[in-house]
Design a protein around this ligand. Structure first.
Ligand code: 13P
Length: 340
């Protein structure tokens, strides 16, 4: 696998007006999402829901790639086509979440480290055969009294770099996701400070592990006040602080930054992505890799009923279209009510 193809995948994932659909919820997370709309999570139902997402006609106008979970990349449509093939033929790049979730960091109360490096080289080979062209690994950092500790930051940055190097070894483009959670009562300034420190540690480790930055994407949190912080910040301040942190910590060789939504409402995530994209030019594309902020309206519209399938697909297209507009800084709140 050549450098060019990994670089090309990275660039294609942040093509103008496009972003990533994160549909890689693990089975327990998917159970939570389905139970929120009153449904039991079974393998056929998860398959049916993912088929609905992936067969949305016209999605590739706004979405460049889709991140799948291990179960999903092995599933097929009702008429027997593997999901990865369905996505590729619709012009959507298939990706795969390869981490095994977080585990408590021994000796560091309330801190976690992401698992999944064992056997990862072999798993990568299999995922490449199954059609994946990019990958994702999520590290989780929680802000609290004296946290995250330097040890927790270092352990997570090291794991991200080991993962990214292995992904590139088989020609998959790694999406590097260090998420500083918005849970807590910390200020936006504290989030900026922690996010800067985390990103610097991540890029230090990526360099040490000889990861080719041109063939990576960064998937960070936006710089936000904690969800329980009494002092919330307006979108413009969030955009300014997010851009400032990124400029100070992310090398210009990285082609794109694709934000996670992290528990913001779908409208908040879009509005803030839009505000961020009004601060251009920047060295990198500024795009989205949203899970909840793209899927929440789809799940609501679907509610598990076959009869709601096209309404649910219309909701996905509409939300994706709004985020596409936000890529150009041309989203307007009035667009929320105009159906795609
Ligand atoms: P959210 O946008 O729901 O945060 O999910 C993105 C993601 O893939 C987290 O790993």
């Amino acid at each position: 696998m050549t450098h060019q193809s990994m670089d090309h995948t990275a660039a294609a994932l942040v093509a103008p007006g496009k972003g990533i659909l994160a549909a890689d919820e693990s089975t327990p997370t998917m159970a939570k999402r389905l139970s929120a709309i009153g449904l039991e999570s079974t393998e056929p139902r998860r398959r049916e829901y993912r088929e609905l997402l992936f067969t949305t006609v016209g999605l590739s106008e706004y979405v460049s790639g889709v991140i799948l979970f291990d179960e999903t990349i092995r599933q097929r449509t009702t008429d027997g086509r593997p999901f990865a093939d369905v996505l590729s033929s619709a012009g959507l790049i298939p990706g795969i979440k390869v981490d095994a979730g977080t585990k408590p960091l021994a000796a560091f109360p309330d801190e976690v480290v992401t698992d999944g490096l064992d056997g990862l080289r072999d798993r990568f080979e299999e995922y490449a055969e199954l059609g994946a062209r990019f990958a994702k690994w999520r590290a989780v950092l929680r802000i609290g009294e004296g946290r995250p500790t330097p040890t927790c930051i270092e352990a997570n940055a090291h794991a991200l770099a080991r993962y990214a190097a292995l992904a590139q070894e088989v020609g998959l483009t790694p999406v590097v996701e260090p998420e500083v959670l918005m849970d807590g009562s910390h200020t936006v300034e504290r989030c900026a400070e922690v996010t800067t420190e985390v990103l610097r540690a991540v890029y230090d480790q990526l360099a040490r592990h000889r990861v080719r930055l041109e063939a990576t994407l960064l998937k960070p949190n936006m710089v936000l006040p904690g969800s329980d912080c009494p002092e919330q910040a307006d979108d413009e301040r969030i955009a300014l602080m997010t851009v400032e942190v990124l400029r100070r910590a992310v090398p210009a060789a990285v082609p794109g930054i694709v934000f996670l939504s992290g528990g913001q409402s779908d409208e908040q995530a879009t509005t803030r992505l839009d505000a961020i994209n009004r601060h251009v030019p920047q060295p990198w594309e500024l795009s989205f890799s949203f899970g909840r902020a793209l899927q929440a309206p789809v799940l609501r519209a679907w509610a598990g009923e076959e009869a709601n399938r096209s309404a649910a697909q219309a909701a996905l297209l509409h939300r994706a279209g709004l985020n596409s507009a936000a890529r150009y800084g041309s989203y307007r709140p009035e667009m929320e009510t105009v159906r795609a």
